[in-house]
Design a protein around this ligand. Structure first.
Ligand code: NAD
Length: 510
């Protein structure tokens, strides 16, 4: 009997059980608690996932602790070969991973492939680790005294990820963490856990030593174990704002460095001189791609009043042409991740209508190309939304686009800057001066000029401002390298007769 079959027997199910992964192999754990994983397009329970208790967490973290000392001493040449091998395998087999993501998250296959490709960018960036990990050297900083700096791995790092990018978000972190010589424990979302195990098996095939990449599945118990365990030195978290704040406060109180990326409400400002067809295309793509379950989704479209009627009409027209359905059937938009989330999003649509916003397109009535039991809500468009309505104040995380009307650029900018989130934003305009002002004045971490989803490329860093990020380090790029390493500065003097003599004064550079 395989480890996963054994786990299924313990879980009392005929379904596959997703186990933890430690020491380069599936690890069933205590088998006391399990979660349900659904196929959102069919509404069917498809597998179960092990939920860690404190003992399971201890054993998975211990695997990372054991692997770290050897991995940190593996040469950069060898580490680079492992990263290149992982990149090649991922590139060759990403269709397999996309199928897994679509079956558990629901996003359409093209979109699943897109997230893998964006994650692969970070792997490619990490392949340059020999250059990224270089220190500095200063000869003769003082007479015949030299100074050089090193960056060394921090040790065991915990990566806690959300459901909406089961491959890309962990890949924002683990390629750099591993390249820098750390050992990692990934805690994926319990809603779509299988991608992490697929990636773990790929690392093994790429030649990564056992124990350097581990997966701990579960809920709050698994997260708390990582946040409080003394051997875990750093935490990278991505998820909703209340949990991001909790993770930041708890893990820093336990002496760890933390980057905790939170939720979002992303605005797209459309000025009167914008190309309205391009703006309407962008709003539809950014509002309804991945059913709005993206932290960089546009959920608030801020339109200057003179063009708002025209823009709303163009968006409504495009929505009617979208194919909503099973992500494996070539549709444009898939279901929401769970039945509970579908009901929550539908509740917001009702609340928006009740609050007096104009419901231009109601996604609750949408025909879909998929099973009736799937977790469907179609693209929904509200106009005349005001900033006190819950469809504006809350992160809905579904296919609901709200149009807010303003009289001017200044009013639009003030509205965006008053929002407590600051993840992404975009301005649509053909006026370079207005775009430059927006870039300078907006209080948001990632800005698009005629780009609605301005996710930075892998060699820049990803991160928001305000309630969208706790900590001061953004993900990947050079900030990621910095996060996963500690600096050390070495001052060297090779003894020389001129250095003799007694002097108790503070050392000065001469
Ligand atoms: P979530 O906060 O519910 O879960 C994120 C992770 O935290 C999961 O691994 C989950 O198991 C764990 N968790 C949940 N409740 C917990 C608790 N009480 N204590 C400890 N751990 C807990 O988020 P989600 O629903 O999976 O993902 C959607 C959210 O993530 C949205 O708010 C979205 O904006 C955000 N997100 C942000 C970014 C970003 O870059 N800022 C990127 C992707 C997603």
């Amino acid at each position: 009997m395989t480890v996963t079959q054994e786990a299924a027997v313990r879980a009392g199910t005929d379904l596959d059980v997703v186990t933890h992964w430690a020491d380069g192999a599936p690890f069933p754990g205590s088998g006391r608690r399990f979660g349900d994983v659904y196929d959102p397009a069919t509404g069917q329970l498809s597998r179960r996932v092990a939920f860690a208790d404190a003992d399971d967490a201890e054993q998975v973290i211990a695997a990372a602790v054991r692997a770290f000392p050897e991995w940190r001493d593996v040469s950069l040449a060898r580490r680079t070969q492992v990263l290149f091998a992982f990149r090649e395998l991922l590139n060759a087999r990403k269709q397999e991973l996309a199928q897994i993501i679509t079956a558990e998250h629901g996003k359409v296959l093209d979109d699943a492939l897109g997230e893998i490709t964006r994650g692969q960018e970070i792997v490619e960036f990490a392949c340059g680790l020999q250059h990224l990990l270089k220190g500095f050297n200063t000869e003769n900083a003082s007479t015949r005294v030299d100074v050089h700096s090193l960056r060394q791995p921090v040790g065991v790092v915990g990566i806690i990820s959300p459901f909406n990018f089961p491959a890309m978000v962990p890949m924002w972190f683990f390629p750099l963490a591993i390249a820098a010589g750390n050992a990692v424990v990934v805690k994926p979302s319990e809603k779509d856990p299988s991608a992490a195990n697929w990636l773990a098996a790929l690392w093994k095939e790429a030649g990564l030593p056992d124990g350097v990449f581990n997966v701990l599945h579960g809920d709050k118990a698994a997260v708390d174990a990582l946040l409080t365990h003394p051997a875990v030195r750093a935490i990278s978290f991505v998820g909703s704002t209340p949990i991001a704040r909790y993770v930041y406060e708890t893990a820093t109180a336990h002496g760890k460095r933390v980057q905790a990326l939170g939720g979002a409400k992303n605005h797209m400002l459309v000025l009167p001189d914008a190309d309205l067809d391009l703006a309407a295309d962008a709003a539809v793509n950014a509002g309804f791609g991945s059913a709005g379950e993206r932290c960089m989704a546009v959920s608030a479209l801020v339109a200057v009043d003179t063009v708002a009627d025209d823009l709303v009409a163009r968006i409504a027209d495009r929505i009617s042409g979208l194919r909503v359905g099973d992500g494996r059937r070539g549709c444009d938009m898939g279901p929401l991740v769970t039945a509970a989330h579908r009901d929550r999003v539908a509740g917001y649509i009702q609340a928006g209508a009740d609050a007096g916003a104009t419901l231009v397109v109601d996604g609750r009535d949408r025909d879909v190309d998929g099973a009736a039991e799937g977790f469907w809500v179609g693209p929904t468009l509200f106009d005349h939304v005001s900033t006190d309505m819950s469809i504006y104040t809350d992160e809905i995380f579904g296919p609901v686009l709200s149009v807010l009307r303003v009289q001017s650029y200044d009013e639009g900018l003030a509205l965006i800057n008053a929002n407590p989130y600051g993840n992404g934003t975009a301005v649509f305009t053909n006026d370079g001066g207005a775009a430059r002002r927006f870039e300078n004045e907006v209080e948001v971490g990632m800005v698009g000029i005629n780009v609605a989803v301005p996710v930075p490329v892998g060699y820049y860093s990803f991160g928001g401002w305000k309630n969208s990020l706790f900590g001061d380090t953004h993900a990947h790029g050079v900030e990621g390298v910095h996060f996963f390493t500690r600096g050390k500065v070495v001052t060297t003097r090779w003894l020389d007769p001129s250095h003799g003599g007694i002097n108790l004064g503070f050392p000065q550079n001469v």
